[in-house]
Design a protein around this ligand. Structure first.
Ligand SMILES: C[S@@+](CC[C@H](N)C(=O)[O-])C[C@H]1O[C@@H](n2cnc3c(N)ncnc32)[C@H](O)[C@@H]1O
Length: 376
């Protein structure tokens, strides 16, 4: 097992600067997947790439053999409060893209103010554009005009900060666009500081109906924007997907990839005294098709301490690390070190495998083992 692209991307959010969230990335990927399943894929473009945190996602949405266009001033930003102190962030941008995509071959950086772009200089071959550059009404209007011109019919346009009260210019510019080119962009979805629009005329298939069908478990609300029904996402999308099995092209709903590990033990109830440490024998069987990783501080068995009604009381506890990879079909018996809480009562131990810095198996849809704990 190796961390997946999405797990590496999620980890990158802790070290790369940007104004993007991992849940926005999943929103983009989900709709892009539906669009490409419906037969539309092409080049992708972002206005306002900064250090590339969102570009990593937008670049991954391009079709096979297609390009990613990165538009930014790429200027030294000096002491500009909005973007932090200068340095050459074009180099940071390129390093970040390279670190996730392994190459820059498909990237076309264009260092200019977006107002200098002419849609007539581009082929209308784009399936996804992310507009996150200047936030004034005029910049927003111009960027929407440009991006909507180069999109394929049915292509997607994500606009940043439409509902952000710190940037009212975005909403003003977008409404100007709606009046100027009524019906060209129709809103589809709102979430994670983005509004997702679709270029009209679009193929007959409704991406929102497809979303509800393909990702039925994802919680959302229905609302109205620009007099049209849209989906509103207000819970983190990462909670619904198996990030190990998913790729940017194909999100796998939690549980769909099947069980990877079975846990078993002899006792459904353990009785002990307050604060006591003891060893709980647990058998782990690898029922996946890949060897489990191994190593101190890499991969092992652990547990979360839950209240008797399932609330997490202590998330991180002692680990029993695997000394060697566990092969598919093989099982191992480990002694899990458990320390009872110092207050008497009834609890649960939620026993699970942890891959440090990557995932708990339960978060990727694998059922954990629950053992009742009675502390006297
Ligand atoms: C909010 S940051 C982008 C954040 C990035 N998309 C992310 O999610 O991390 C805005 C970027 O837009 C660029 N920018 C601002 N005005 C611009 C313009 N008129 N043309 C092109 N880029 C512009 C800035 O240089 C900055 O890098």
């Amino acid at each position: 097992m190796q961390p997946s692209v999405l797990q590496r991307y999620l980890a990158a959010f802790a070290r790369m600067y940007g104004w993007f969230s991992f849940d926005a990335a999943l929103l983009f990927m989900a709709y892009n997947q539906l669009l490409s399943t419906a037969g539309t894929s092409g080049d992708t473009l972002e206005i306002g790439v900064y250090h590339g945190l969102s570009s990593i996602c937008v670049a991954a949405l391009r079709g096979t053999g297609r390009k990613f266009y990165a538009i930014d001033l790429f200027e030294e930003l000096g002491t500009n409060d909005a973007y932090g102190a200068g340095a050459s962030y074009r180099k940071i941008f390129e390093d970040n893209i390279q670190s996730m995509h392994g190459t820059l071959d498909f990237v076309i950086p264009i260092a200019t103010a977006s107002s200098n772009l002419k849609s007539s200089d581009f082929t209308p071959s784009f399936s996804f554009c992310h507009v996150d550059g200047g936030h004034s009404p005029k910049e927003t209007l111009d960027d929407l005009k440009f991006a909507s011109d180069i999109l394929l019919p049915g292509g997607l346009l994500a606009l940043d900060d439409y509902f952000n009260p710190q940037h009212p210019g975005v909403c003003e510019g977008a409404l100007d666009f709606m009046r100027y080119q009524e019906g060209v962009l129709t809103p589809l979805a709102i979430g994670f500081n983005k509004v997702l629009f679709q270029k009209q005329p679009a193929p007959a298939i409704s991406l929102n109906s497809e979303f509800a069908r393909s990702f039925a478990q994802v919680r959302h609300q229905q609302t109205t924007m620009w007099s049209l029904p849209v989906l509103l996402f207000d819970t983190p999308l990462r909670a619904y997907f198996d990030l190990y099995a998913s790729t940017p092209e194909r999100l796998v709903p939690l549980g769909d990839a099947g069980v990877r590990a079975f846990f078993s033990n002899d006792k459904a109830l353990v009785k002990t005294r307050r604060g006591k440490s003891f060893k709980l024998p647990i058998t782990v069987k690898n029922v996946s098709a890949e060897p489990f990783p191994a190593g101190e501080r890499v991969f092992g068995l652990s547990y979360h301490l839950l209240s008797h009604d399932g609330l997490t009381m202590r998330h991180d506890n002692a680990r029993s690390y695997f000394a060697a990879p566990l092969q598919p079909g093989a099982e191992i018996k480990l002694n899990l070190n458990v320390t009872a809480p110092s207050t008497r009562g009834r609890y649960q131990l939620e026993i699970d495998l942890v891959w440090e810095g990557v995932m708990w198996f339960k978060d990727a849809g694998n059922p954990a083992l629950l053992v009742a704990l009675e502390v006297r």
